[in-house]
Design a protein around this ligand. Structure first.
Ligand SMILES: Nc1ncnc2c1ncn2[C@@H]1O[C@H](COP(=O)(O)OP(=O)(O)OP(=O)(O)O)[C@@H](O)[C@H]1O
Ligand SMILES: [Mg+2]
Ligand SMILES: [Zn+2]
Length: 323
């Protein structure tokens, strides 16, 4: 999805909200006029008053006339509200109820994009990226510590703490206050499982979460760059803006100048903007340093809670179990 397509889709959603609000109001008017026939007469009076105002505005010395119409409108409006409450409805039942009171579902305030539009652009962009990463969510309830039972006590204890830390992270998540998690260790130890369980919970809270593996993400960005032959790519804004970015298999992407600089940009910008990330890797600290440099490693480590994973590959464990 290009940035333009994302924008068009988001605007379309906002306009649909507006139409929906207007449609709801029309339906309510019809329903109430059937149920409380007096309201039809008040409605007619209010409409006539609108016409009267238009006429009066065209005349000189119209002050007294306008004041009279205004008084009349206020009275009719008050009576309408009284009738509604008398019949058990909220007094604003027939008002237009927009989803966003800042822009009345137009998407713009003073010519600038409203925050609801920005949020919608983020949501559409996030969905587009996640559709490509085949996000399939796992759960904390499917995570078992029994796989680590054979480990030395300190390592078992660390795995127990990792599990608790991920659950706490998900439960306490807020885009403004969450910090970064850095999950590192051998293959098949539950890093992806726990990060997707976090994604599951955080998505339920209504946040934008992007989950992708470094390989897949670099492939996407590389293709976008190729197609548009331009510096900036379409996915980059969503990657920088989303509430939580989960970068899986960090270090398994093809090591090119492009992937290094992209990953550097993403990680560095999000650290600067204090936007939370979860990074999973099989690489040792030394390997990360050799590949991406000292600076990014130290920034990552100092801004993250580090969760080291221990154990035997659970994929192998399971194969042995099922025979
Ligand atoms: N503690 C656990 N309880 C139950 N299932 C687990 C546990 N840990 C991992 N699994 C399952 O084992 C498989 C491998 O785990 P996962 O993909 O999370 O490993 P990983 O640490 O991300 O490995 P890699 O570094 O190779 O990406 C998955 O199917 C996952 O659901
Ligand atoms: Mg994994
Ligand atoms: Zn708005």
């Amino acid at each position: 999805m290009t940035q333009e397509e994302i924008y068009t889709e988001a605007i379309g959603q906002i306009q649909a909200r507006r139409r929906n609000a207007e449609r709801t109001q029309e339906l309510r008017i019809v329903q109430i006029q059937r149920e409380i026939p007096e309201t039809a007469e008040l409605d007619r009076q209010l409409r006539t008053a609108c016409l009267d105002i238009t006429h009066a505005l065209g005349r000189p010395d119209n002050q007294a006339r306008l004041a009279a119409i205004e008084r009349h409108c206020k009275e009719a409006d008050a009576m309408l509200r009284q009738l509604l409450t008398a019949h058990g409805y909220p007094e604003d039942y027939l008002d237009l109820h927009y989803s966003c009171s800042l822009c009345d579902d137009t998407g713009f305030v003073g010519g600038k994009p409203c925050q609801c539009l920005k949020q919608e652009i983020g949501r559409v962009g996030t969905e587009a990226l996640n559709a490509r990463s085949q996000l399939s969510l796992s759960r904390f309830s499917d995570f078992s510590l029994s796989y680590y039972a054979d480990l030395p006590t300190d390592q078992y204890y660390t795995m127990q703490q990792n599990f608790a830390a991920c659950q706490q992270y998900a439960a306490a998540f807020s885009a403004e206050t969450a910090d970064n998690l850095y999950l590192c260790g051998g293959t098949g130890l539950g890093k992806t499982h726990l990060s997707l369980a976090i994604a599951n919970e955080v998505l339920k809270k209504g946040y934008n979460v992007i989950y992708d593996s470094a390989i897949n993400l670099m492939h996407t960005l590389d293709q976008e760059q190729f197609r548009r032959t331009k510096e900036s790519s379409d996915s980059l804004p969503a990657l920088l803006e989303c509430d939580l970015l989960i970068l899986d298999d960090f270090g398994t992407e093809f090591d090119t100048a492009f992937s290094r600089s992209m990953l550097y940009t993403i990680i560095n910008s999000r650290i600067n903007a204090r936007k939370p990330m979860i990074i999973n890797t099989n690489l040792t600290h030394q390997e990360v340093k050799d590949r991406y440099g000292d600076r990014i490693l130290s920034r990552l480590l100092s801004s993250s809670r580090i969760l080291p994973f221990y154990g035997k590959d659970i994929r192998v464990h399971r194969k042995a179990e099922t025979g």
